[in-house]
Write a protein that binds this ligand. Structure first.
Ligand code: DAT
Length: 178
């Protein structure tokens, strides 16, 4: 069975603009925003915090089990925007589009320090963006043609990106009508 709406992953290094994009895209399309960070925190799907970085150590098996039980409609109905700084966890058959947001290092540095990141946590995330870790991960996990890299430095980027994704959603719906 073909789902009625596509599922979209929005991924990238912390601070690139995933939540900003996902929230606005959800408002514009009526799709459901799945903030994986929020779910991990709310449902306790972690093994505590990494002492050095202060980040949650996610229990990926529990997370996937949880998503499968609360949302059997992800693969069947579609219409989900998955917002997380990792993407290789989600089965290929669930996902129709993977957006990898990218950001210039100086812009990202200001955003992360503004959030209070420092020391190892700041350094690791800056390195991840420079080494395009999330982009590589997306390309390894999904078919090349569904992975799209988009810049997210200014408000104009945000608007342009949303417009582009919404047009893609319309096209997907037309192609999958039945
Ligand atoms: P993430 O969810 O990837 O951690 P976010 O959506 O919380 O990122 O954004 C981090 C900060 O950067 C937030 O203050 C909004 C700002 N921001 C993100 N993308 C932007 C863009 N394209 N133009 C202007 N500001 C942006």
């Amino acid at each position: 069975m073909v789902r009625r709406n596509p599922n979209i992953i929005i991924t990238g290094t912390p601070g690139v603009g995933k939540t900003t994009h996902a929230e606005q895209l959800a408002r514009n399309t009526g799709f459901k925003h799945l903030s994986v960070n929020q779910i991990v925190k709310d449902e306790g799907l972690h093994e505590g915090k990494d002492e050095e970085t202060g980040s949650w150590i996610v229990d990926e098996d529990k997370l996937l089990d949880h998503l499968e039980t609360i949302t059997p409609s992800i693969p069947n109905e579609g219409g989900y925007i998955i917002d997380w700084h990792a993407c290789d966890l989600f089965p290929e058959r669930w996902i129709d589009l993977v957006i990898v947001l990218r950001c210039d290092s100086s812009v990202l540095y200001d955003r992360l320090t503004g959030r209070g990141y420092q020391g190892k946590k700041l350094e690791e995330n800056m390195d991840a963006e420079i080494m395009q870790v999330l982009l590589e991960e997306a390309r390894e996990s999904y078919k090349e043609e569904i992975v799209v890299e988009l810049r997210s430095e200014e408000n104009g980027d945000l608007e342009g990106n949303l417009e582009r994704i919404e047009q893609w959603v319309e096209g997907w719906r037309k192609d999958n009508e039945g």
